[in-house]
Structure formats: structure tokens, C-alpha cells
Write a protein that binds this ligand. Structure first.
Ligand code: NAD
Ligand code: UGA
Length: 318
């Protein structure tokens, strides 16, 4: 089975490609090394993959690549490429979100249409499509009401995935990932920033009170959900993929203190425009259709993330 992973040099894409190869897939990976964080970090994410004969890397941009040619031999597409930051999606930056997240998705869907060889197209959507909602947990039928331009771009692309299924039969399945963490997490994200601050004896910067809550999801669970969506996902459908717990940010810091045996020093900054206050996934639909169930508890996941970052801190410190 041949798979295409877009955004393969990123945090989630690199883990997914490694797992697919373990499962016996041949993987073509595409990435344009966008500068949301340094290229050397993304090259490091690819280090084991490029040494594997079952992996082929194409450096290039979805906007300009000949996608039709790449898709000729491909049976499943895992579309992870996007500009991912929530808080940085305002102002002129939004142009990049429109181009990479909306136009990039439309171009690859367009290239997939009328291709009988594509058995499934999995789109990496996001909990950010929900925004702030007073009723938790969030189910797939909850009204989408993004509070960040990033969320708007992810929702637009999700709608395109559904439209290309309805209009052209592209077998799309969208997975709404809830804040993902674990080894190789992007350096702009909370767990990476908190753990590296505690490891280097710096203050942990908390946006707002720290009372905001998230349903954090370990990256291996996200990867498993992608495999299950390929096998069992219903075409044209959207699934929440969460980690199974809802925790205040301030309590995450307590767990990091326990795992590291170090005391955190906190500095509270202004809350950030675009941040949802609370997220918590109702995963009953994914449980039912995909047999999805998160396996890694938050404590165990933070332990693994901490141990990994402790060993690999130098990659991030240039
Ligand atoms: P990441 O930035 O680590 O990976 C994304 C990769 O896509 C990058 O390496 C980037 O260079 C590449 N890319 C972007 N635009 C491209 C283009 N036009 N052509 C080719 N490559 C391109 O981000 P991540 O955290 O691994 O996120 C992966 C996906 O999951 C994204 O679609 C993101 O929106 C989604 N997502 C992430 C999270 C999370 O918590 N990390 C949660 C919900 C959804
Ligand atoms: C994450 C990803 O970055 C998005 O790509 C993704 O789409 C989104 O999850 C999702 O679930 O859809 P976010 O929830 O903001 O977005 O993830 P974190 O960066 O881990 O932030 C979690 C919370 O910690 C936020 O409230 C944020 O404001 C806060 N934070 C973050 C801090 O207080 N300090 C920091 O240094 C970083």
C-alpha cells in the first residue's frame, strides 16, 4: 500500500509516516519547510525516515508541485500540511493561512478527484473549528464558531473536503485533533515551552490566568486515529480525536513539576486573542466508527514528552 503524507517534516506528519512504514506502507512525504519554526528542527524530525528505503521525500510546496504526478501511485493521502499556530494567525499573517491551509487543501483535493486509485483521504482538522462554546464536551454536531483566523482556515478546508466527497466522490474523512503533544511537538506550543523552561530554569509564561482547559492528546493516539480512519472512517464524515481528559493549564504545570522534580516559576502574561477558553472532545463517534480510544494518559504522556525533550533539548537551542 502506498501512502502520501503532506507536512511530513512536521511534528505529527513525521510520527505518522514512521508508523505507516512500521505497518508495511511505502510512504511518499511532501514538505516545503515553511518557516513557522527552523528548518533544522524539521530536518531532524525526518532523520530516521530519510534513511528508510520505504520512504521517499519530496521537498516542495503543495501550491506549485505537480500533485497529479505524485498521486499516480498513491492509495491513501494523509493531509497534514498547514500553517498551524492559533495565536499568530491575525493581521497580514493570515495570507499564509489562506494560501497553505485553504488553497493548498483545495489543490490536493482537486488533484485527487476522478482518481480511482485513492481509497481514502484523511484531512487533519482541528478543535479550533469550535471556538468558545458553553456546552462541553464538544460533539461533531456542536455549532462551529472559530475564534481565530486559523480556526476559520481549518474549517474552510474541512468544508472543502466534504464538498469534494459530495461533488466528486473523493473519499475524505476529517479528524478534528485536540491539542496534540509528545516528542517533537512544535516549539511554539505550551508543553514544549513549559518543559524547556523548567529544564533551563527559566520562568514559565502563562497566557492569562491558567484557568483555561484543554483536552490534550498524545501524538501516538493521533497517529492511531489516522490508521483507524484509513481502515474504517466513513467517507464525508468528521470525527473528534481527543485525549480523554480535560485539565486546567495550571494543573499541567503541577504535573510537569512532579515529573521533573523541579519547582516551576510562573509569569502571567495577557491572555491571547484567538485562544479558546475550554476544549473537551466528545469522542463517542470515533469510538463507535473507528474503534478509537486514547491509550496514553496525560501523566504518562507528559513523562514521555519530558524525557524526550530532556535528551533532545540541544536541537531547539541554536
Ligand atoms: P507542523 O508545523 O509541525 O507541521 C506542518 C508541516 O506542513 C510543516 O513541516 C510545514 O513545513 C508543512 N507545510 C505547510 N504548508 C505546506 C505546503 N503548502 N506545502 C508543503 N508543506 C507544507 O504542525 P503540526 O503541529 O504537526 O500540525 C500538523 C497538522 O495538524 C496541521 O494541519 C494542523 O493544523 C493540524 N493540527 C495540529 C494540532 C496540534 O496540536 N499540533 C491540533 C489540531 C490540528
Ligand atoms: C493547538 C495547536 O497549536 C493548533 O495547531 C491546533 O489546531 C489546536 O491545538 C487544536 O486543538 O485545534 P493550542 O490549544 O493553542 O493550539 O495549543 P497550545 O499551544 O499547547 O496552548 C494551550 C494553552 O496554553 C493555550 O491556552 C495557550 O494560550 C497557553 N499557552 C501556550 C501559554 O499559556 N503559554 C505558552 O507559552 C504557550
Amino acid at each position: 500500500m502506498n501512502a502520501l503524507v503532506t507536512g511530513v517534516a512536521g511534528f505529527i506528519g513525521s510520527h505518522l509516516a514512521e508508523r505507516l512504514i512500521k505497518e508495511g506502507f511505502r510512504v511518499v512525504g511532501v514538505d516545503s519547510f515553511t518557516d513557522n519554526y527552523p528548518r533544522r528542527i524539521k530536518e531532524n524530525n525526518l532523520r530516521d525516515l530519510v534513511a528508510n528505503p520505504c520512504f521517499r521525500f519530496i521537498e516542495g510546496d503543495l501550491i506549485s508541485l505537480n500533485l497529479g504526478e505524485i498521486l499516480k501511485e498513491v492509495e491513501v493521502v494523509f493531509h497534514q500540511a498547514a500553517i498551524p499556530g492559533v495565536r499568530t494567525s491575525w493581521g497580514r499573517e493570515f495570507n499564509r493561512y489562506v494560501t497553505n491551509n485553504i488553497l493548498g487543501t483545495q489543490l490536493i483535493l482537486e488533484a485527487c478527484k476522478d482518481r480511482g486509485n485513492i481509497k481514502k483521504f484523511i484531512y487533519a482538522s482541528s478543535s479550533s473549528v469550535y471556538g468558545d462554546c458553553c456546552v462541553l464536551p464538544l460533539s461533531e454536531t456542536t455549532l462551529t464558531n472559530p475564534v481565530s483566523p486559523y480556526g476559520v482556515s481549518k474549517l474552510a478546508a474541512e468544508h472543502l473536503a466534504v464538498l469534494y466527497f459530495k461533488g466528486y466522490g473523493v473519499p475524505t474523512v476529517s479528524l478534528r485533533y485536540f491539542t496534540v503533544y509528545g516528542p517533537r511537538q512544535r516549539p511554539d506550543m505550551s508543553f514544549h515551552r513549559f518543559i524547556s523552561a523548567i529544564l533551563t530554569n527559566r520562568e514559565i509564561e502563562i497566557y492569562g490566568t491558567g484557568e483555561q482547559t484543554r483536552d490534550f492528546t498524545f501524538v501516538d493516539d493521533i497517529v492511531e486515529a489516522n490508521i483507524q480512519a484509513f481502515l474504517h472512517g466513513k467517507e464525508g464524515e468528521v470525527y473528534n480525536i481527543g485525549g480523554g481528559s480535560k485539565i486546567r493549564l495550571i494543573d499541567v504545570v503541577r504535573i510537569i513539576e512532579e515529573v521533573s522534580g523541579r519547582k516551576a516559576r510562573l509569569r502571567h502574561l495577557d491572555s491571547q486573542l484567538g485562544d479558546a477558553k475550554h476544549t473537551y472532545a466528545d469522542i463517542s463517534k470515533a469510538r463507535m466508527d473507528l474503534n478509537y480510544s486514547p491509550r496514553i494518559s496525560l501523566y504518562e504522556g507528559i513523562k514521555r514528552h519530558y524525557e524526550w525533550l530532556k535528551k533532545n533539548l540541544d536541537i531547539y537551542q541554536h
